[in-house]
Ligand binder design. Structure first.
Ligand SMILES: [Zn+2]
Length: 60
């Protein structure tokens, strides 16, 4: 099935039998994120968490 990444709007063709396809069939297509964006978001979140921890330590 064809899915569109919600962030970069790249169209991907994913396996109909994959877990992702099954998940998307039950939810709006807008929840799909391509691997690149997913990694970018994960990195950003991890970086934010790390910098926050650093800041908290500095406050002590
Ligand atoms: Zn993307």
């Amino acid at each position: 099935m064809k899915v569109k990444c919600v962030l970069c709007e790249k169209i991907n063709d994913i396996d109909d039998d994959s877990i992702m396809a099954k998940r998307l069939r039950n939810r709006p297509i807008h929840t799909y994120m391509c691997d690149e964006c997913y990694e970018r978001i994960t990195e950003k979140t991890t970086a934010r968490l790390a910098s926050r921890e650093e800041k908290d330590l500095n406050d002590i």
